[in-house]
Every structure is written in structure tokens, then in C-alpha cells.
Design a protein around this ligand. Sequence first.
Ligand SMILES: *[C@@H]1O[C@H](CO)[C@@H](O)[C@H](O)[C@H]1NC(C)=O
Length: 334
Amino acid sequence: MASFAFSESSAMLLLLVLVTYLAVATSAANFYQDVDVTWGDQRGKILNGGQLLTLSLDKFSGSGFQSKNEYLFARIDMQLKLVPGNSAGTVTTFYLSSQGPGHDEIDFEFLGNSSGNPYTVHTNVYAQGKGNKEQQFHLWFDPTAAFHTYSIVWNPQRIIFLVDNSPIRVFQNSEAIGVPFPKTQPMRVYSSLWNADDWATQGGRVKTDWTKAPFTASYRNYNANGCVKSSAGSSCASTNSVNDQAWQTQELDSAGRNRLRWVESKFMIYNYCTDLKRFPQVLTLPSDQAWQTQELDSAGRNRLRWVESKFMIYNYCTDLKQFPQGLPAECKRS
Ligand SMILES: *[C@@H]1O[C@H](CO)[C@@H](O)[C@H](O)[C@H]1NC(C)=O
């Protein structure tokens, strides 16, 4: 009897351990474990045992949270349900940022709108303190009606912005042509809901309607697959135990490229790369770039000799009176 009781209870214990393990392995991330609500007093709330987080904004303050971990390269997924109804003037954010001067940043910002008008998804990348790389989109669904997944894939080759797993933007590492890329400063995940009615909605013309406050945005299923920086060094892992490393080299396949083209053609509303008004001196370069390496061919050299012999009336390179100690060095070259 005693041995039977023993084996039964150890079997129970084993089952309990197994059930606990499975529960951990399959549970969604827990906001209590993963983030700190950092500002907004009681306006940022973790609910449902850590499964849900809400941020709110009223006339006095917005609110925000940040990840406990810092990452040097990661894939971060977050589900968001944005402020419904008249969200004009409000901005909901989900971004990565390093700290200190010359900071790096990868942004998703959701600019609210008056009822019935579409949200604008604003994206940007900062490297070493320099941004100015905005692209903006409308969405192909109502982002206030249900949760949708917004993801940032950040690996050494590129940054991919995804909405419900559909790429909306790829920012390639172009260091080879002198464009800084975020790759040395660890970044934390940040989210906030705040008032920006001086610029956010229809260029700042539509203001926040405070009679509709408080405004609330909801977050769930935070998942960070990344390389965590700590004083002990860096280790790559996931907040859920499905440790998928595909993000480390993730790029678009042909289906992804087609999907990106579809998003760009139907939903992109602003692209800094085509903003000639904003970057006139860079983008109005003549398409003919021959001048960049232009030199004289033999016909040109003949013509030059003809001009010099017939029409030149002064040349410092033959003015020995001006240079009694000797002609300048460049004069001896031709
Ligand atoms: C708001 O709606 C207008 C009109 O549809 C649109 O042009 C604009 O991009 C929308 N978003 C914002 C943030 O103003």
C-alpha cells in the first residue's frame, strides 16, 4: 500500500510538473513579467492577470510603458486595438529606442483621426540621432474594431515593418553607401498614448475633442524574440518558449515582395524617398551623371590648344614676373 501510494503521488507530481511546464511553454507573454508602466499615474493598467494592457489619455496626461529588457536585434510583435471613434489629435505608439545622444529608433506611430476617417500609420527609422526617413500608410482594415498584430523585425541586414504579418516597409542596411544603420546601441520597446493635436491629425487642423476623453488603446500578446543585453553580456531568446530564430536573417521572399508592392501602391500615402520638395538639392540631380567623371577626349584637347594659342590673353602659369621664385607646381603639369 505504502509503495503504491508513493508511486501514485510521484506520478501526480510528475503530471503537475508536466502541466506547469506546458502551461509556461504555451502561455502568451505576461505584461507583469515583460514591461513596466512608466508614466501616466493610474492611466496605464495591466489587466487579466497580465494578458492585457490598456493605456489611456485625458486632458491632464497620457501614459506609457517600456520593456524590462533591452535588445540588440530582435523581432517584436504586439497586438494593438487603437482608440475608437473620434481619435483625432491622439497618437498611439509602439517603437524601439536606444537611450542617450545619437540615439537609434524604429517607430510605429498611429495618428488618430476624426470619426469615419482613417488612421495614419507613421513609420520612421533613426540612426545615430538622424531620422527624416518617414513613410506613412493607411490600413486595409479598421484598427479600432479588433486587435491586429504589428511587428518590427530588426536584424543586421534590414528592418522590416509588418502588419498582420504583411510587410509594409523594408529598410535595408545601406552602410555600404554611407547611410548609418542602427546596429550597436541596444534598444528597449516603448509604447505610449499621448496628445499631439498640434500636428497629428490632418496636419494639426483637427484638434482633440476632450469631451470624448478618456481615450483608451489596448495591447496584448507582446512577444519579443531577440538578443537581450545585460551586464552579463547578450543572450538570444524569446519571451515565449518557441525560440524561433528565423528573424535573425529574415528577408522578403517573392510573395512578400508582391505583398509589399500591393501595400505601397494602394496604402502608402507618404514616402520621404519621393519627396522632391523636401530634398530638392539631392533629388534634382540631372539624370545624366557623365559630368561626375568628365575629362577631355582628343578632340577636346585639340580645341583647347586652338583656344589657348589664338585667344588666351593672360596665363598666370607663364607669368615669371609674378612668380620670380618659380611657377606654381600645377603649372608644370601640362
Ligand atoms: C485623416 O483622414 C484624412 C481624410 O481621409 C486623411 O487624408 C488623413 O491621412 C487621415 N489621417 C490623419 C492622421 O490625418
